[in-house]
Design a protein around this ligand. Structure first.
Ligand SMILES: [Zn+2]
Length: 274
């Protein structure tokens, strides 16, 4: 083997290594939408979950679970990395009935005594339920204890929540799942207490190219967005690493300072550094 050839291979390997390391170090991620719910406990131990987060470059994560014990398991092994949110679901059956359920209210009030939670949610809600008794009580608790709502609701419902509870800060799950970028931008302009996470929003970068309307909204409101995965079912854990690679590829298409705000700095500012 000629030494010139060896040098070429070496330098190729070196540049590959540098590129890989640069990508790995790029954009530490705050994942603003993780669940570790009961079915996940059979598939992955808390230590295995942390190993997945390591490999995905997730520095910290907002976690809520059905039931909440999943969040507590992760928090027990990594309190620096887990930002606990209290989900008002003891079982998946609570999803539809919680807004009018005094037992859910008691569950949440009792759990909040731990003092570790940064918010209530992720919860689902329709516009007609926005002023139901348990929702009203949660809003009062959120104001009292400086908690966020993590709300999986459509654009009409998030607007109603913001009007009914103007003192509550809301993290809008999935940017409403189907709300157009322009609608998200309008709501951010009108409501200072609204932040948005982009889990499951593949329309941000169809085919890997950052959508121009989303880009405009990101540049206009760089301090209001976060990224996330949403491990709503166990199989989602297998997509966490490739999913966040796709997120990184559109973050790279933004100015570096804006991308860093969205990838982790906004979350650090709102939920505190470890
Ligand atoms: Zn979710």
């Amino acid at each position: 083997m000629s030494s010139g050839w060896q040098v070429r291979v070496c330098s190729m390997l070196l540049s590959w290594l540098v590129l890989t390391m640069a990508q790995a170090q790029d954009f530490p991620i705050f994942d603003a939408h993780i669940h570790y719910s009961r079915p996940d406990w059979q598939a992955f131990t808390p230590e295995q979950i942390l190993a997945i987060l390591d490999r995905a470059g997730v520095q910290r994560a907002l976690v809520s679970s059905t039931p909440d014990d999943g969040t507590l398991q992760l928090y027990a092994v990594a309190p620096q990395r887990i930002v606990p949110f209290l989900r008002p679901y003891r079982t998946p059956e609570d999803m539809g009935s919680w807004p009018n359920d005094p037992a859910v209210q008691a569950y949440v009030e009792e759990r909040l005594q731990r003092g570790i939670y940064k918010g209530i949610g992720e919860f689902h809600l329709s516009a007609t339920q926005a002023d139901a008794p348990t929702v009203r009580r949660f809003a009062a608790l959120a104001v009292q204890r400086q908690l966020f709502f993590h709300a999986h609701v459509d654009d009409g419902t998030v607007e109603k929540l913001l009007r009914l509870y103007p003192q509550v800060r809301i993290l809008w799950a999935h940017a409403g799942m189907s709300a157009p970028a322009a609608t998200v931008g309008r709501l951010l302009e009108q409501h200072a207490h609204l932040w948005v996470e982009l889990s499951l929003r593949s329309d941000v970068a169809p085919d890997g190219r950052l959508d121009p309307t989303w880009r405009t909204v990101f540049l206009k409101h760089p301090d209001r967005f976060m990224v996330g995965t949403d491990t709503w079912t166990t199989s989602r854990w297998h997509d966490l690493i490739p999913g966040l690679q796709r997120v990184r590829s559109w973050l790279h298409q933004l100015p570096r300072d804006v991308a860093e705000l969205i990838s982790y700095r906004n979350a650090e500012r709102l939920f505190g550094k470890p």
